[in-house]
Design a protein. Structure first.
Length: 327
């Protein structure tokens, strides 16, 4: 069978996915909205062969661990079931996602895998179907099928058939800048999967998250539609702070921020007080992403670059969805 290569880019959530209602199918408690980024991506080649009796996974040129291989076998099992064939694959995956940039590679990784593997086994799926397969590798991966601004619909059904992402805006339709600020930090202790689970089960603030999420989503959708940067920035920063507040109400409580995280948040709020529109968001780790309009990119970059706790800054713009590469 032919080898197929696909590429997918990472994404950053503006309105966060935080909590699952079904751990097995990876069904979220709420919709989320993201921007796919141009700079960081995963390129994955998949080839099925009846000569194999299990999946083989090469990650950045090295044979992956049993645990890592089990993770990629999950979406491959779904694909095998779809075609009714018990045939295994070699998966060769290269991450151009510097983990140093504070981005997880799971979103781009599972999106590229879904695209390459379905085509390699002979399926011709549309983006929505690919999004559903990528979702079952890692939730945020369902958004990386598309470029630009994307919304993941949580869906209502318990079988997950209506839980997939959709593009809101093409990457060329709104050129924002996203600065990924790498801070001096210690390794994170609580992975997002575990963190969101503990939050859903125990946080006294999780009800507040759920009660206000539809309003945040609606404001963000309108802001994107109207290219209203102040409106979008205000709601995305509020939403990130609210997500992190839920971790403080969990039992036992936990927090992703470190000292440097708070210092950057203050710097961005001070920049705004001086009239420069920039907003921050933070995922399940200490690093900060700053979002601004292109006209302010240079001043934001220069402000951050000079700070002692900033180790590195990567500047991104809205990027493309999945693409297939010639082998
Ligand atoms: C997001 N995060 O919307 C949120 C915000 C982290 C904070 O999606 O368990 O790797 O594989 O579905 O997608 C990171 O979690 O979690 C994430 P799983 P995933 O981007």
């Amino acid at each position: 069978m032919e080898a197929v290569t696909a590429r997918a880019h990472t994404n950053i959530a503006l309105i966060k996915y935080w909590g699952k209602r079904n751990e097995e199918l990876i069904l979220p408690m709420n919709n989320s909205i993201s921007i796919t980024l141009d700079k960081f991506y995963t390129t994955t080649t998949v080839q099925f062969c009846s000569c194999l009796n299990e999946d083989m996974f090469l990650l950045n040129g090295n044979i992956a661990s049993k645990e890592e291989t089990e993770k990629i076998s999950r979406p491959l099992n779904i694909i095998r079931k779809l075609v009714g064939r018990n045939i295994f694959a070699v998966v060769d995956s290269i991450n151009d996602v510097p983990t140093s940039a504070g981005f997880a590679s799971s979103a781009s990784g599972f999106a590229a895998l879904a695209a390459a593997a379905t085509k390699a086994i002979g399926l011709d799926l549309d983006s929505r179907e690919l999004s559903q397969i990528a979702r079952q590798g890692s939730g945020s991966a369902c958004r990386s099928i598309y470029g630009g601004f994307v919304e993941w619909h949580k869906g209502e059904k318990e079988d997950g058939t209506d839980s997939y992402a959709e593009q809101l805006l093409h990457p060329n339709e709104w050129k924002l800048s996203i600065l990924s600020v790498l801070l001096e930090s210690k390794p994170k202790k609580i992975l997002s999967r575990e963190g969101m689970k503990r939050t859903v089960q125990t946080s006294v603030f999780y009800s507040g998250w759920l009660e206000t999420i539809d309003q945040d989503l609606s404001i963000a959708r309108h802001a994107i539609n109207e290219r209203d940067f102040e409106k979008l920035g205000t709601v995305l920063e509020k939403n990130a702070l609210k997500m992190h507040a839920t971790t403080l109400g969990a039992n036992p409580p936990f927090m992703y921020w470190q000292g440097a995280t708070i210092e950057i948040m203050n710097v961005i709020q001070e920049l705004r007080a001086k009239g420069i529109e920039a907003y921050f968001t933070i995922d399940a780790g200490p690093n900060v992403k700053v979002i601004c309009e292109s006209k302010n990119e240079e001043i934001v970059y220069k402000t951050l670059q000079g700070l002692p706790m900033v180790k590195d800054i990567h500047t991104c713009q809205p990027g493309p969805g999945i693409s297939y590469l010639a082998n």
